[in-house]
Design a protein around this ligand. Structure first.
Ligand code: GUN
Length: 306
């Protein structure tokens, strides 16, 4: 049986490490502060944001959510971001993606003050990532590195293959793995013979957003498989196929009306991998943990602690 890289455990460890830093900041005057901007009513985004706010509460981080309507314009959203940039008690600003189609997302992300950009999406921070200079790192990729390191998975000298070239996961994950001295390949929809490239990976990162796309023929025996996908499946037939008619999974689907599935085939990965992240409970919890790390680090920098 492969080793499970348990994201919930690593998240709890990181939260325990952060708590004294939050308390120290509070004792000096004020706790760290995070503002989350959630536009409209995307159900998945609403769940993510609720979990982010709850984790802030667990740690004693001040949090505020701003929830403008779907119809907001780019200019109005820019004004919200600029008002948060100007507030001294806000150390971190996160604008939940995706934004509605009328919004110029790049302009919004560029408007966030780089020192408060706890997502690591501002071009200044992306540049710092490429140059390997200290700056906030994108949370999901930073979480992947934590899972690997704390799970005792060697990175230096290993072949890492990333499937997916998004600005949020694929590209920054490639840079972080490169800085850890992996040999890195980024694949995408135009990559010829994707399974063959993936089979070269010691560390395979799946960040495509397609349920159970990475099957046994993509996974080298003994590889470490990191599944970034969180696909909510509402089709019972698809659940039956992906989980090979598992009575437990079908019962769970029947109870909830949907089921979360990663980008990696959940049965094949158990048969082929040496270690893997489950869905749920793998990468997901780390995204929020690293957001907390970035928020606390931002508060420390802004208060002159480091
Ligand atoms: N939507 C999905 N993942 C993320 C993330 O890491 N940050 C933001 N802002 N939006 C997201």
């Amino acid at each position: 049986m492969p080793r499970i890289l348990d994201g919930n455990r690593v998240r709890d460890d990181i939260k325990s490490e952060l708590k004294p830093r939050v308390d120290a900041l509070a004792a000096r005057g004020r706790p760290p502060g995070l503002a989350v901007v959630l536009v409209g009513h995307n159900p998945a985004s609403e769940i993510y944001v609720r979990n982010k706010i709850k984790t802030c509460q667990d740690l004693g981080i001040f949090s505020e959510s701003i929830t403008p309507p779907d119809s907001i314009s780019t200019a109005e959203l820019l004004a919200i971001v600029e008002s948060l940039n100007a507030r001294p008690e806000i150390d971190g600003i996160l604008v939940q993606l995706p934004l509605p189609p009328q919004i110029d997302s790049k302009r919004i992300l560029m408007a966030v003050a780089p020192a408060k950009d706890v997502d690591g999406f501002h071009p200044c921070n992306v540049g710092a990532l490429v140059a390997n200079l200290p700056a906030p790192r994108a949370c999901t990729p930073a979480g992947i590195i934590e899972l690997l390191k704390r799970g005792g998975i060697a990175i230096a000298g290993r072949r890492a293959v990333i499937v997916g070239r998004s600005d949020i996961v694929g590209k920054p994950a490639a840079m972080l793995l490169l800085h850890e001295h992996a040999t890195v390949t980024i694949c995408h929809s135009k990559t010829p013979d994707l399974p063959a490239v993936c089979r070269e990976a010691d560390i395979l990162v799946a960040a495509i957003g397609r349920p159970a796309m990475i099957t046994r023929d993509f996974i080298r025996q003994g590889a470490t498989v990191i599944d970034v996908g969180t696909n909510r499946i509402e089709d019972r037939g698809m659940v039956a196929r992906i989980f090979r008619n598992s009575p437990e999974k079908l019962a769970s689907f029947d109870k909830r009306g949907s089921l979360l599935v990663g980008d990696v085939d959940p049965i094949d990965v158990v048969e082929r991998a040496g270690a893997y992240t489950p869905v749920p409970g793998g990468v997901g919890p780390l995204t929020i943990a690293m957001l907390m790390v970035n928020t606390v680090a931002s508060a420390e920098r802004r208060s002159g602690i480091c």
